[in-house]
Design a protein around this ligand. Structure first.
Ligand SMILES: [Mn+2]
Length: 429
């Protein structure tokens, strides 16, 4: 296996950090012991958990106004895989990459799978793209894709999704994530009911092409690119579609795709209740679908989402296997640093949710002891699980101090010499 960062350098820096980490880990272990929690069990749980990174997240993002490229950022899927390998090598929580087509198209997907494996990576859900036109495409998606009023356009969108499934099979993926930008900008532009019917008809053709063991994940989004109505705008529309399409279809919750102040943790609980909690796209937001770094704005909400996931895991109602992925746009940071920071924030909320005294919480809820129920959650949220995550990273070959180690490696500066520069312009490609 090829590692992009020197394992010797990581080991040296870890050795220097070990005395302080051992001290902090032991202190936290004693504190948790008093609460009846074995710290090593929490660490093992952290080690067993993972989240995928998006191939497109490895590049600098942009807004519709501009993109400011980063010297040495990846320009193709091969370079993106290399950067994702850095994230996995240092952080050890992101062993899979979620690819996007056609942005990540290559000639030989078997070779791409081998290339990823040689970097210690696998592939997660494949993402289709019918929200923009591609060169040489017969039909335009300007007025919709799966819900288009034009049959040939719907058929083209269906075929693209089927092509994505076939690519995914070659990559070892087992899920297709479908997000459409379909919607309207004007009242009256389209019939709100019939456009949903057309979407369902076309999505059923994609569903019919799912191989055994595959899942189709529907991602809803309230607005943008359509600003008056979106066809799959909310979890209600997503759930209706997933229920109609069948057992292999479930809903994917992108944390930024809701109305402001929506109770996302309750949506998580509802979707799980319906057996339709398929996956997550993690990011954070202040105003809308800002695609900011996970946990950077509202870490408490992220924790509450994981608290519901821990409840769901303990009460699986048949199945509990959400696909977890980071989905954010890095406009002003080095994407490797942002995804390492985000993976740590997400893993931290996963670990803190495991610290909740569920029996005490359920009893307080049953007794309507409001303050005790709240404090039971809050004490888990306020626990600094940093030493647990750092110890888990170190024991798996990652970096205790991932930021310092990454910067000391001069990886980006080296790549700035090797890689061709990306162009200006908007977009996240
Ligand atoms: Mn998303």
């Amino acid at each position: 296996m090829t590692h992009p960062i020197s394992a010797e350098m990581i080991a040296e820096r870890n050795a220097a950090a070990l005395p302080a980490l051992t001290d902090d880990y032991a202190a936290l272990g004693r504190k948790l012991e008093r609460r009846g929690i074995a710290i090593d069990a929490v660490k093992d749980r952290a080690k067993a958990w993972s989240v995928a990174v998006p191939s497109w997240g490895a590049g600098r993002g942009g807004t519709r106004f501009a993109k400011f490229p980063l010297a040495g950022e990846p320009t193709n899927i091969h370079e993106k895989l290399e950067d994702c390998a850095v994230i996995q090598q240092l952080g050890r929580t992101t062993p899979r990459v979620s690819p996007h087509f056609p942005w990540d198209c290559v000639e030989d997907y078997g070779a791409l799978r081998d290339e990823a494996a040689s970097l210690g990576l696998g592939f997660d859900a494949v993402n289709s793209n019918t929200f923009q036109d591609q060169a040489g495409q017969a039909q335009t998606y300007a007025t919709g894709s799966l819900s288009s009023t034009i049959q040939a356009t719907r058929e083209q969108a269906v075929q693209h999704n089927i092509d994505c499934i076939e690519i995914g099979q070659k990559l070892g993926s087992t899920a297709l994530t479908v997000w459409v930008g379909d919607g309207t900008n004007f009242p009256g532009q389209q019939d709100l009911g019939r456009s949903f019917d057309r979407y369902l008809d076309a999505a059923a053709d994609v569903y019919a092409a799912l191989p055994d063991g595959w899942r189709m994940l529907l991602e809803h989004k309230m607005f943008e690119p359509a600003f008056y109505s979106s066809v799959i705008s909310d979890w209600g529309s997503s759930l209706m579609a997933a229920l109609e399409l069948g057992d292999k279809c479930a809903c994917l919750v992108d944390l930024g795709h809701h109305a402001p102040n929506a109770n996302i943790e309750q949506i998580v609980a509802r979707l799980h209740r319906a057996g339709k909690l398929g996956g997550f796209h993690f990011n954070d937001s202040k105003y809308g679908d800002d695609d900011l770094d996970s946990g950077s704005i509202n870490p408490h909400q992220l924790f509450l989402v994981f608290n519901e996931l821990a409840e769901a895991e303990a009460n699986p109602r048949g199945a509990f296997n959400p696909a977890y992925m980071i989905d954010q746009s890095h406009n002003v940071t080095d994407p490797i640093e942002s995804m390492l920071s985000s993976a740590e924030a997400i893993a931290g909320c996963h670990a803190r949710a495991a610290l909740v005294d569920r029996a005490a919480l359920h009893k307080a809820q049953q007794d309507n002891d409001v303050m005790l129920a709240f404090r039971t959650l809050r004490s888990a949220y306020e626990t600094d699980v940093g030493p647990i995550l750092a110890m888990a990273r170190m024991e798996q070959g990652g970096a205790v101090d991932w930021l310092g180690t990454y910067r000391a490696s001069q990886f980006r500066q080296r790549k700035a010499q090797e890689r061709k520069s990306v162009g200006l312009g908007a977009g996240i490609v």
